[in-house]
Unconditional design. Sequence first.
Length: 202
Amino acid sequence: MNAELLGEQAEPTERILRAAVACYTQYGVSRTTTAEVARVAGLSRGTVYRYFPGPRALEAATINLMAHDVQLQVEAAAEPTQTFHEFVTTLFDVLARQLVSIRARQHLLEERETIPWAMYQTNEEVTRRFIGRLLRDRLVTARERDEIAAQISDADVAESVWIAVRAMTSMRSSPVVDLDDPADVGRWFGRLVFHGLSSPQE
């Protein structure tokens, strides 16, 4: 990938972050150098350092960008009339599609070098914020519909989803769910999360 493919007219920050995603995908997170990101972005190393003073800052910002992309995909896939259970199922379906796509391109890398590991295992704070943003409005509607047990707080719901996301993204194989089938992953984790959250009538 080169600067042309990333878009010459894009803002430097976006060009750098998209270049970082491309480099992380090809080389692994810790093996990606600032010089390589700069080359792919079509910018100087000095420009990259001006926006991101170190590898950790660049990694965190890149993960934020990817989380935002996933959030947009979930919001586009989710129907406004969905129940909370259906919404959680959609969330895991989208996450599984992302994982299948990334792992197909990173299958030769060690697990700790992959983007999913960096996104869901290393940068916990970023992922927790992303989950919180996704759930915020849906939780209001779910409580109006009495879909979540009254004694379960919003923080408890977010924690349950976070634990399931972390578990799903660290799984390499499973005897109970086909990890290469996003729809199956969505259904299985949707049931798993919702089972402990639903009101008695559910």
